[in-house]
Write a protein that binds this ligand. Structure first.
Ligand code: UD1
Ligand code: UDP
Length: 372
């Protein structure tokens, strides 16, 4: 038990660790009494401890060890386990980030107790209710007392859903804090290009792990076929750090990796940032990767039918091109031929400070909300 905990941070997956790291660091710097609850949704070293080690985060105070399962099994197992910690710690505020099952479970457990809920990265919408992430983010937003929207667009969606304006705060996205904090270190320390035999500016980076793509054999094959065709046409190497979910599906469907795509292990944050920064083009179905490429100035195409990050498309950094082979070839070519002169729409890298200021945690800084 942590006596006198003010804020409990609930996380469970790779993107939450990366995007909450700046909030944890800011809590440390301000001397705030905080605790970290890890749901255990991600548990493999490559998705979990590697990030705690590299981002120098403290070991979570609680690891609930929930692990993998169906959507409801996983979410359902998390709720009472989080509740038990919250009943013990009695924090004033519970922070969750993003759209995973860990976020939904944290928001539900906290909202049923006498603690406030803060949702970091509130207000994102793909308007595709078939994705578990969309349901999670909508429900978490409606359970939250503090909605930390990364952009004005996200705040507008919340306004349109009738969420009172006083709950919504535009803070920027904490991913900017993380990227700014580690980009230079990645350039200095990462040897990933040499290790993989890649030359900066002469390769493409692929990530594909979303359930709607990799759990459907035809979609997964179509996506890989399109990327392979683009690789042949452009004569660019493609490296693909394979998420465990995708690895499991490749094996179960017995899909052979096209020769044009080199599968590699999931990368740690510094190596992945280095790959993103130096790639000619990134092809992805990840949410965080759409943001990071936009921040880093690398063109991106999104292998999905929609995005909850329309800001990346609006500034010209990203194109939503689906998973059809022809569309991938045409979209990737267009992205390569377009200028990379957009501005990052996700804030100035001080989002974590802003979030703590707004929640009245610790001594306030002079950081204003990004815009009103
Ligand atoms: C989850 C999120 C997704 C997010 C992704 C980040 C939900 C609904 N989905 O998807 O939004 O983009 O995390 O990476 O919350 N597995 C391992 N080791 C692990 C974790 C998972 O091998 O540490 C494998 C298991 O086979 C498991 C599968 O990956 O069944 C899926 O894991 P799960 O946590 O259910 O979803 P993700 O695909 O990781
Ligand atoms: N990432 C990483 N190594 C990889 C792939 C991704 O460190 O091999 C990081 C990436 O920099 C980003 C985050 O993981 O910060 C994105 O997570 P993911 O794509 O798993 O989830 P999503 O953002 O789609 O929810």
């Amino acid at each position: 038990m942590t006596d006198g905990t003010t804020v409990t941070i609930v996380l469970g997956t790779r993107p939450e660790i990366i995007k909450l790291a700046p909030v944890i660091d800011a809590c440390e710097e301000r001397g705030i009494a905080y605790s970290v609850v890890h749901t255990g949704q991600h548990y493999s070293e490559e998705l979990d401890t590697v990030f705690f080690d590299q981002l120098e985060l403290p070991t979570p105070d609680h690891n609930l060890g929930v692990g993998s399962g169906s959507q409801s099994e996983q979410t359902g197992a998390m709720i009472p386990a989080i509740e038990a910690v919250l009943l013990d710690e009695q924090p004033e505020l519970v922070l969750v980030q993003g759209d995973t099952n860990s976020v939904l479970a944290g928001a539900i457990a906290a909202s049923k107790l006498e603690c406030e809920v803060g949702h970091v990265e509130a207000g994102l919408r793909s308007f595709d209710r078939s994705m578990p992430e969309e349901v999670n983010r909508v429900l978490a937003d409606h359970a939250a007392d503090y909605l930390f929207a990364p952009t004005e667009q996200a705040a507008n969606y919340l306004h349109e859903e009738g969420i009172p304006d006083e709950r919504v705060h535009i803070t920027g996205n904490t991913i900017v804090d993380s990227v700014m904090g580690y980009r230079d270190l990645a350039a200095e320390k990462s040897a990933v290009l040499d290790e993989l035999g890649l030359d900066a500016g002469e390769f493409c980076l692929l990530t594909a792990h979303r359930a709607e793509n990799v759990d459907d054999r035809e979609r997964f094959e179509s996506l890989l076929d399109g990327v392979a065709r683009f690789a042949r046409e452009s004569d660019l190497d493609v490296v693909y750090p394979v998420h465990p979910r995708a690895a499991e599906r490749l094996a179960a469907f017995d899909i052979g990796m096209p020769a044009e795509i080199t599968p590699i292990d999931s990368q740690d944050f510094l190596d992945f940032l280095r790959l993103e920064s130096t790639a000619t083009l990134v092809l992805t179905d990840s949410g965080g990767v759409q943001e990071e490429t936009c921040i880093l100035g690398t063109p991106c195409v999104t292998l999905r039918d929609n995005t909850e990050r329309p800001e990346t498309v609006d500034v010209g950094a990203n194109r939503v091109i689906g998973i059809g082979p022809e569309s991938i070839v045409a979209g990737a070519r267009e992205a390569l031929d377009s200028p990379n002169d957009w501005e990052n729409p996700f804030g100035d890298g001080r989002s974590a400070e802003r979030i703590l200021d707004i929640a009245n945690l610790g001594p306030t800084t002079s950081v204003e909300e990004v815009c009103g």
